[in-house]
Design a protein around this ligand. Structure first.
Ligand code: SAM
Length: 239
């Protein structure tokens, strides 16, 4: 069944109106017709089964049923040092599919991406919305504005589990950590291609972060990030 995003305010009781790009996609690309049934999600966790009543510039719909999907727990936040090329696009898409709650891009000492190129969040918004439609996720990934590592560390008190992934760590591995499912929220920091500077690791430890190893091999940042998402979601019974 085709799935479309609808703003909550476009739903009025058992009636709904789809407009803009979503209406265009339904009408002109998918060429759906009156009587067809579709699924709507409004980004708050509510999911609707709806029937097309009229196709015009706007699409008039009748809501047949509604259910709400609660946000996942623990809430997992992936903080990723800015990466070159399309790697961040890839990670936004995978974080959406894997049920990560929030994605926090940051600038740090060894980022190869200059700060001025940070403003990609509008593209990332589109990517996560498309990924939500593809995978049936009802609440889009929370995409934070690009910040810097110091700001992230300063805000770390809001998270109960604080992990920083560091290739030089030798004793702490994910398998050794207390069951993550007991934490209400977890933040996991993964560095850029150039990794974390030694003083950044020190600052993170002072802010309560636990350095964690992903094994002896040095993984590409995108490999590390994808592995961390999948493993942490598995450990939290979210996969
Ligand atoms: N600066 C490192 C080097 O070349 O020696 C490479 C950094 S790696 C490409 C990018 C990020 O992936 C690191 O900052 C870390 O967060 C994560 N990472 C890669 N391999 C890891 C490992 N074996 N254990 C923990 N984290 C790892």
């Amino acid at each position: 069944m085709h799935r479309f995003f609808i703003e909550p305010q476009a739903i009025d009781g058992s009636r709904a109106t789809l407009t803009g790009p979503e209406a265009h996609h339904l009408r002109n690309v998918l060429r759906l017709t009156a009587g067809d049934e579709i699924e709507l999600f409004d980004g708050t966790g509510a999911v609707y089964q709806a029937r097309i009543e009229h196709i015009g510039k706007a699409i008039e719909l009748t809501i047949a049923s509604r259910h709400t999907i609660a946000p996942r727990e623990p809430a997992l936040f992936i903080a990723q040092g800015l990466l070159k090329g399309k790697k961040m696009d890839f990670l936004v898409q995978k974080a959406t599919e894997l049920g990560v709650t929030g994605f926090l891009p940051f600038h740090s000492a060894h980022c190869a991406v200059p700060a001025l190129k940070d403003a990609k969040t509008s593209r990332w918004e589109k990517i996560t919305m498309e990924a939500c439609k593809q995978c049936g996720r009802p609440i889009p990934l929370h995409l934070a504005a690009v910040s810097d590592l110091d700001s992230l560390l300063a805000a770390a008190e809001h998270y109960s589990g604080k992990l920083i992934f560091w290739e030089k760590e030798t004793s702490t591995h994910l398998s050794g950590l207390a069951p993550l499912a007991s934490y209400p929220s977890v933040i996991a920091l993964i560095g850029p291609e150039g990794g974390f500077a030694a003083e950044e690791i020190d600052k993170a430890v002072q802010a309560g972060f636990i350095p964690v190893s992903l094994g002896r091999q040095i993984l590409r940042a995108e490999t590390a990030a994808l592995s961390v998402m999948a493993i942490l979601q598995y450990l939290s019974d979210n996969l």
